[in-house]
Write a protein that binds this ligand. Sequence first.
Ligand code: NAD
Length: 710
Amino acid sequence: MSDAVSLEVGSDGILVATMNLPGRPMNVVGDELMAGIAAAVDRLSDPAVKGMILASGKADFCAGGDIDRMAKWTQPEEPFEASMAMKKVLRRLELQGKPVVAAIGGHALGGGLEIALACHARIALADPRLKLGQPEVKIGLLPGGGGTVRLPRLVGIQAALQICGEGNDIAVTKAREMGLLADTAADRDELMAKARAWIAANPKARQPWDQPKFKFPGGDSRSPALVPMWAIAPSIASARSQGNYPALQHIMSSIFEGGLVDFETAQVVESRYFAACVTSQVSKNMIGTLWFQLNAIKKGASRPQGVPASKVRRLGILGAGMMGGGIAYVSAKAGIEVVLLDTTQEAADKGKAYSQGLLDKAVKKGRSTPDKRDALLARIRPTTQYEDLAACDLVIEAVFEDRAVKADVTRKAEAVLGAGAVFASNTSTLPITGLARASARPGSFIGLHFFSPVDKMPLVEIIVGQATSDETLARGFDYVLQIGKTPIVVNDSRGFYTSRVFSTYVMEGIAMLKEGVHPRSIEAAGLQAGMPMPPLALQDEVSLSLALHVAEQTRKDLAAEGRPYTEHPGMSVIRQLCEIGRVGKKAGRGFYDHGDEGRQLWPGLTTLYPVDAQQPAQRELIDRMMFAQANEAARCHEEGVLRSAADANVGSIFGWGFAPFHGGALQFIDAMGAAAFVARARELAAAYGPRFEPAAVVVQMAAQGGRFAA
Ligand code: NAD
């Protein structure tokens, strides 16, 4: 008997097989679990056993594949064999001739859902938090346990393409509607009772695809009804992915080809595509960063050890503008009492109204209730009085980006705060060490850099000033986790890490304009590179005047420090556009004309910057945008601004959307290899300027070996 699945036959002759992997918080699909299920199938063959309920002894039903194991596969044979071995067990399960019901009391994701699909019926708890789905595509994989074979045969090809291609969670109600579930249950007792009743009512259960007259719901891949869909699905997918995510193409191919052949052949087809995905560089990049490095960060890899865990009970926010209002919302949502201060009561109230707006919308859409909304709003107290901050354990300053204003509010807040309180600045550009000079206790001063819009963006960049203590850092880190966001920790520097590297992407695109590259080619290259927004459109969002302001400030600061300032060639374009009032989206005009119907590239752009007859290859433009970012990230590493490759990679994807398929700004270099990076960077430097000269740390790696990630 296996430890992974316990077996118990009741007096009604029904075998209850309970998955409960020893030593793991969740059930994951691997050899151990599959051996347990195989043993359960053996037991099912006992003539005294009438049927089987597959259940879970953990909170989830089964969380999916064992990613630790998958990450080690480099050759296709092993994953192909492992996938076929899993299928063999599941095929025996469904062909035993006795009914098997999956009793789903918690998440059934990836391989977990695939196991449930091999059961003759699925019944789930009617819990709105319960997640079903095939999320493999999100880490560059394809369901390898029969998901692309059974789903099209159960819910139809179109729905299967959506489930596997998008990878989103399916709520229980939706799953019931589409026929993925046979029934739902109010609680665990009802779940088991309904499973038993289903077995009693269906003693000869057979899967639809094992019936002699089986037909795909909605037709198989040859069906004329699906011709229009097959004609456009690949182009929709490639418009979304720019061809950068092979898993998406493989999923479509597996479903299409699997819909032309018999069940067993379709299983082999799927396992081949699975092996191709799991050994691909893209899945290695995504698993490495979005699984291993992200988990390490969440477990506190960048948090100083030895400082006891802390919680913020009362948070003060100075400045109830766009950022202050957003920070108030996410904090109150996490149960924190918030004091929201501004110069006038009206401004403070407006900051609170931002939460009201978001919550009203959520209630309208059924994602929240009036009670929950009111409780959250009751936690936000708008004020103009500094005394109200007295009991706060953390204060975040989000006033105007102005040193004098920030210094003033720092002093006023510290005058009323308790000795143990932490003071944080949400500045986007001003070095933290300098701002901390206004503080009477710089050890408790830190940067907490949020991204806009705060309620949507998952990252907070924590900036450690020269005097910031380990305890302050640990408390800032704990707060970021407390509000459900991902913290990265960086050392103080101009632009910190995210703003500094992000700007190289946008500025590279802008510099191309001046060289005569067609603006449309520039924008297309940004998207083809895998960035969420093209560079010119992005600069319009951020505003050209802000970029100019920051550049001027940097120039002044560096001059005051006696250090040289090298202007990026794109800056002259920004200056020129600002001079003619094209300052960005807020003004309705920048690189684009912005109207009610969206944006259109400003026609005057090509008059101001005439387009060359001979246009460069898109590859050249893409390389420039990506190498500029990766090289700047490497410089941040070299200068000690970055503290780990995990912070760099996760921060780049979550902070500014660095093409996720590359696995992050430093993984871009690790995946390519330092020598190849150096060679190409030098070519770019020769053609476009010294900003592409590879960072010394990469040159060293190219000579001596090594990589950023361990
Ligand atoms: P904003 O102009 O929307 O809000 C600033 C608020 O601060 C206003 O409500 C203003 O009344 C208030 N304020 C000004 N002086 C004050 C004082 N002395 N006391 C109390 N309140 C005062 O600005 P924002 O976009 O929310 O930015 C705030 C800070 O966050 C800035 O430092 C900015 O650099 C930083 N930041 C902004 C973004 C962004 O995308 N907007 C992103 C990250 C960080």
